[in-house]
Design a protein around this ligand. Structure first.
Ligand code: PBG
Ligand code: ZN
Length: 277
């Protein structure tokens, strides 16, 4: 997509410098590994791409908050967020692998882990493993409310995690189901989540407001790739005003009750806000 790039490690220094200049305080890292296998071992290799990036960023700017996406779909041959066994996602086998990914990211120096697989019990497993390994203070930002959405399309192209068979509806949520969000959120909080991500963003403002009215932890709205693509494409065609539309989408998510927002427009927004002040 225009304005979104896969970065190699040699480009990190320039990127981090730009983020600091713009006043951006946190990043969410996704890795594109050089190889994939059935058990997603490149997701938890000590010299894996995200592990190396975390160390490098910490050395460049120790104040930047590093959040790592804790999942395996970019690293696993079949492109699923869990491990397929006989053509089905095996929840428990998957949890063991996710724990390894979480620990390796904590060891590398990640400040916050964002587990995104939606496997049952993923927050409990990761929380226990972190405690046992001595990482008692690392917060978990759970992708607890993640719908099986068509808005993830551009990301799947860019991150090469399109499932080789089936789809993600056996572990992501049904867009038609409003009440399930309450149950998913409740169980994640009991399991030890410190932040709750609701994803996608703008099409799910009602869910953000539902959660704001019922949860007492920080809420994160994730404006996903398809939302970015819509605004970009329309503004490149001259059909809408990019700056005003982007800022209005931020305002809408805040109004619905989001405390934090994950967005591909972060750098643009930082620039827009500078122009205004
Ligand atoms: C999967 C994952 C997804 C996104 C990031 N990690 C969803 C998916 O592929 O099902 C989507 C992000 C976006 O569209 O911006 N762990
Ligand atoms: Zn995944």
């Amino acid at each position: 997509m225009p304005g979104v790039y896969q970065l190699t490690l040699d480009l990190l220094e320039e990127e981090i410098h730009e983020l600091r200049t713009l006043g951006i305080k946190a990043v969410l890292l996704f890795g594109i590994p050089s190889w994939k296998d059935d058990l997603a071992t490149s997701a938890y290799a000590p010299d894996g791409i995200v592990q190396r990036a975390v160390r490098q960023i910490k050395a460049l700017d120790s104040d930047l908050v590093i959040i790592t996406d804790t999942c395996i779909c970019h690293y696993q041959t079949e492109g699923h967020c869990g491990i397929p066994v006989n053509g089905r996602i095996d929840n428990d086998v998957s949890l063991d692998i996710h724990v390894k990914v979480a620990i390796s990211q904590a060891e590398a120096g990640a400040d916050i882990l964002a587990p995104s697989s939606m496997m049952d019990g993923f927050v409990t497993y990761i929380r226990h493993a972190l405690e046992e390994s001595g990482y008692k203070d690392i917060p978990i930002m759970s992708y607890g409310i993640k719908y099986a959405s068509s808005y993830y399309g551009p990301f799947r192209d860019a991150a090469d995690n399109l499932p080789a068979f089936g789809d993600r509806r056996t572990y992501q949520m049904d867009p038609a189901n409003r009440l399930e969000a309450f149950r998913e959120a409740q169980s994640d909080i009991e399991e030890g989540a410190d932040f709750m991500i609701i994803k996608p963003g703008l099409p799910y403002l009602d869910i953000i407001r539902d959660m704001r009215n019922s949860l007492q932890i920080p809420l994160v709205s994730y404006q996903v790739s398809g939302e970015y693509a819509q605004i970009k494409a329309a503004s490149q065609n001259g059909w809408i005003d990019e700056k005003n539309t982007v800022l209005e989408s931020m305002l809408a998510m805040k109004r619905a009750g989001a405390d934090l927002i994950v967005t591909y427009f972060a750098k643009d927004i930082a620039k827009f806000l500078r122009e205004e002040s």
